[in-house]
Design a protein around this ligand. Structure first.
Ligand code: UD1
Length: 416
């Protein structure tokens, strides 16, 4: 099993070409199932999650070829409407396939999805919406059996703006005759990317980025070539790395507005930030002040996926920070690893109180989930001495070549 070994203390200088957004690309790959023509998705990073999604598409009967940063997908001959447990357990996003498989084949048998262990992660909002669209659903022995032969468009009001449920409904209704509307839809930029992609395929989706989305089903979608958006969470992680290590970096290929909730906090406490077009320049200040309050929220609020990285920064910022995790109920597994490195953190329920220390110290730590693992890398970059991180496969689910990117910026990091 690979490990990351980091000797902390180096400043970071240089440029990062931000990878394509995993959370945009996975639903785009699912959307490719809706047409029998060839689809090309560009800006696809080499990630375990992307490969796991490819395996599922192959099992459904699609042809898929990923080389350099392009995915060529052809779903001309789908042969199955089943996603087996062995494939679904590796990837929470397997649930996105429910919508397009129902749209295309009118039936599906899908195992309950897996993914990071950061909370209960039910899929009741997805299923409630599909039931309201007249899909017959039976849940039995770990599988969801769906019959969409009578699926009809309708007006949906989500109990919570779930990202995945919003995407699933868009995918289920893109080729369903009539108008489906979603109220209290999630507003994440990845949903806008999905809308834009579907519209290049001949779809008719409006309103993504707002809480009210309208999908006018079209008879058929055609092939398309599309470049996925830059990964705002990866960009945010490297921005925090600069804040923790000192130095100056430029992030290329991510819109500043997509991580405004982070950048506005960093610019008040630890960095000078400029942005021109899709370039974000980050220069670390000499003193880091704690961010007093941080609460994770649906977009455009502070993203839950940056909660672990921002906690890493708070462990070495001057003062006390109070962080509340509102999205997932079990997302503080990185804290006990950070404690091994000398951090001063207390967790009570959904709140973490962090009192900054001067520097962390290197230790052997275990990555427990994707973003928590990234937080440990950030902590290792700052720490005095050597940090060894195991269970790196969690980090590889979302960060392409993390050690190469950081090494190019001047970090002393290697994979063993
Ligand atoms: C997506 C992102 C993930 C991010 C999350 C929140 C992808 C591939 N993943 O996950 O990185 O952390 O948004 O920004 O895009 N919920 C229910 N019932 C449901 C669906 C969700 O209770 O049917 C709850 C979840 O347990 C969670 C909250 O709603 O507490 C948010 O979940 P959701 O927005 O659906 O996140 P995902 O789409 O799973």
């Amino acid at each position: 099993m690979a490990k990351l070994v980091i000797n902390g203390g180096n400043r970071l200088y240089g440029c990062v070409e931000v990878q394509g957004a995993k959370n945009a690309i996975l639903p785009l790959m699912a959307a490719a199932m809706l047409t029998d023509e060839k689809v090309v998705i560009k800006n696809v990073p080499n990630l375990i999650d992307v490969h796991n999604m490819s395996k599922i598409l192959l099992a459904l009967g699609a042809d898929i070829d990923i080389s350099s940063d392009r995915a060529l997908i052809s779903a001309a001959n789908l042969k199955s409407s089943e996603i087996a447990h062995i494939l679904a357990k590796e990837l929470r996003s397997s649930i996105f396939l429910l919508g397009p498989v129902l749209g295309r084949l009118k039936q599906a048998k899908v195992a309950y999805p897996g993914g990071c262990d950061i909370g209960l992660r039910p899929i009741d909002i997805h299923l409630k919406a599909l039931r309201e669209m007249n899909v017959k659903i039976v849940e039995r022995s770990g599988y969801i059996y769906c019959d969409a032969s009578k699926m009809t468009p309708t007006e949906l009001m989500l109990d919570y703006p779930s990202v995945g449920a919003t995407e699933n409904i868009i995918l289920a209704s893109a080729t369903l005759k009539g108008k489906t509307t979603i109220m209290n839809a999630a507003r994440e930029p990845e949903i806008v990317d999905l809308q834009n992609f579907l519209n290049t395929m001949g779809g008719n989706v409006k309103g993504a980025g707002t809480p009210f989305i309208e999908i006018e089903g079209v008879e058929r979608l055609h092939g398309s070539e599309y470049r996925a958006m830059g990964d705002r969470i990866v960009a945010g992680t490297y921005a925090i790395a600069a804040a923790m290590c000192g130095g100056e970096i430029v992030l290329k290929g991510c819109k500043a507005e997509h991580i405004q909730s982070l950048l506005s906090k960093l610019s008040k406490t630890s960095c000078n930030i400029k942005h021109i077009g899709d370039n974000i320049e980050i220069a670390a200040k000499t003193k880091r002040e704690a961010i007093e309050y941080i609460e994770t929220q649906p977009y455009p609020g502070f993203p839950t996926d940056l909660q672990a990285p921002i906690i890493a920064l708070q462990t070495i910022s001057h003062g006390v920070s109070v962080i509340t995790e509102n999205i997932f109920e079990n997302r503080y597994k990185h804290v006990c690893e950070l404690l091994k490195m000398g951090a001063n953190i207390r967790v009570k329920g959904r709140t973490a109180i962090v009192r900054g220390v001067e520097r962390l110290s290197g230790a052997e730590v275990i990555s427990q989930d994707l973003r928590g693992g990234a937080a440990l890398v950030l902590a290792g970059l700052n720490a005095i001495g050597t940090t060894i991180i195991s269970n790196v496969h969690h980090i590889d689910r979302g960060y392409e070549d993390i050690e190469k990117v950081l090494k190019r910026l001047g970090a002393d990091i290697r994979r063993v």
